[in-house]
Design a protein around this ligand. Structure first.
Ligand code: MBD
Ligand code: FE
Length: 293
């Protein structure tokens, strides 16, 4: 039997002192945080190997797997991060970070994972401009709202909204040679009224890239690769704690089974039918609340 309840007893077969001797090899100049984190990691990983009786072949297959993810990663693709997303690790780190910040779950604006497709230096655009280039189909959306101080409710000037999402074909611009560089991305800066607005698309649900180790892992776990339609944001302002977040389309069929476990109730939004604007068929009002440092 290989169920986990008998895992702990299996540990008795193996040298009980080995793990501690590895931890004790850490030298005195190691920082306290490094000592704590790596000691714990060594303990957990050693326990994992003993409990599951990992063989040489299985260990080597694991090494190969991580190496393949590393080789596939560059500034356009982060396969290693994607692997951690698939096992819920990035969402867990998000929860820990959010909880440590001492905030209630619904205010200020909840956070959600960054994911592997953010790019630094997205183009700065003027309020009211579009981030959509060369895409005629799709549900064009006017998104707008106010960035406010969570504690005072006052609008925040000079808040930056960094936004990115996928094209209707389910691909981020860096995955898709047919899209112009930096398509469906932009950075917007608020004026004294804290307001922002821009045109984007109502996003579509799509599979995370499954042509590499991430896809292999999903297949091994008998899982689908779908993420519910979402738009990513980093909202920051001088003197405020930046938030990394995503909003999700309530209508999406994968809203309850996101393959990277990032959906939170307060981040689910409704796209509203919008009439009288030739540039958009939908409207999306959404306010962001930031907490000061
Ligand atoms: C994505 O688009 C994403 O946002 C995350 C978190 C993981 C994989 C693909
Ligand atoms: Fe994404």
């Amino acid at each position: 039997a290989t169920n986990s309840t008998n895992g702990a007893s299996k540990q008795h077969k193996f040298d009980p002192n080995f793990t501690q001797s590895v931890i004790d090899a850490t030298g005195p100049k190691t920082s306290p945080r490094m000592r704590q984190v790596i000691s714990s990691m060594i303990q957990h990983m050693h326990d994992f190997v003993r409990e599951n009786e990992i063989t040489m072949d299985e260990w080597m297959a694991g090494i190969d797997f991580i190496n393949q993810a590393g080789k596939m990663s560059d500034d356009k693709r982060n396969e290693t991060q994607l692997l951690t997303d698939i096992i819920g690790l990035e969402s867990l780190v998000d929860e820990v970070t959010f909880t440590l910040a001492g905030e209630a779950n619904d205010a200020p604006t909840a956070t959600a994972i960054l994911g592997p497709f953010w790019r630094k230096d997205a183009p700065k655009r003027k309020m009211g401009e579009t981030i959509v280039f060369g895409i005629e189909d799709g549900d064009h959306t006017w998104m707008h709202g106010t960035v406010t101080d969570f504690n005072t409710g006052k609008p925040i000037e000079n808040a930056e909204l960094d936004v990115w999402h996928t094209a209707p074909n389910g691909l981020y611009e860096q995955q898709d040679p047919d899209q112009p560089d930096m398509n469906l991305r932009g950075r917007f800066t608020t004026g004294p009224d804290g307001k922002y607005d821009f045109y984007c698309l109502r996003p579509t649900s799509y599979p995370i890239p499954d042509d590499g180790p991430g896809g292999k892992l999903l297949q091994l776990l008998d899982r689908h690769p779908m993420r519910p339609a979402h738009i990513h944001f980093i909202v920051s302002a001088p003197g405020y704690r930046p938030i990394v977040t995503q909003i999700f389309d309530r209508r999406d069929e994968h809203i309850k089974d996101d393959t990277v476990f990032a959906v939170k109730d307060s981040l689910i939004v409704d796209f509203l039918p919008f009439e009288g604007d030739p540039k958009a068929q939908f409207e999306l009002p959404y306010d962001f609340k930031l907490a000061s440092f």
